[in-house]
Design a protein around this ligand. Structure first.
Ligand SMILES: [Ca+2]
Length: 158
């Protein structure tokens, strides 16, 4: 009976096994692809951090201090990001470095035409900025691939 079945066709179980294998392979490929995408975004974020750090250095050399944003509430990342842009834009050397950041990461999506634009991470979330007087260096924070602040995949410049 078994030999008969094998000779003339495939069983439902065999079809299901093949479908399952294809599904597993597809999931693996999608997983790898999204990991590669996230890695390239992480590199993009690192170079943005590097540019912002040198813009902050220039700001500090020119004014004698870093832009102070002492209130540490990620719910206000939007305001912090606008604040950072506005401050850096005041100093010509810092403004020049700001201009080197990928255009797609500087957007004025909130507020009016008179408010400064915000600085975004490569995942499309606004970047947080925190500096409390006495800290060695300001802290910049991306919510990471999950776009949520306060989770394990958050990425800081420190
Ligand atoms: Ca996160």
């Amino acid at each position: 009976m078994k030999r008969y079945k094998y000779k003339y066709g495939i069983t439902l179980v065999e079809i299901l096994v093949v479908v399952a294998i294809i599904a597993i392979l597809a999931t693996m490929v999608i997983g790898i692809a999204s990991r590669i995408k996230d890695q390239s975004k992480e590199r993009g974020l690192e170079s943005t951090f590097t540019l912002l750090e040198s813009a902050l250095q220039e700001y500090c050399e020119s004014t004698g201090k870093f832009p102070e944003q002492p209130e540490k509430n990620v719910a206000n990342a939007l305001i912090h990001s606008e604040y950072l842009y506005r401050e850096l834009n005041l100093i010509p050397e810092s403004r020049e470095i700001l201009g080197r950041i990928t255009e797609s990461l500087i957007k004025n999506e909130y507020g009016t035409i008179d408010t400064p634009p915000e600085i975004y991470d490569p995942w499309g979330m606004v970047m947080d900025y925190i500096y409390v007087a006495g800290d060695n260096f300001p802290d910049m924070l991306s919510a990471g691939p999950d776009k949520i602040f306060g989770t394990a995949d958050d990425i800081s410049n420190k």
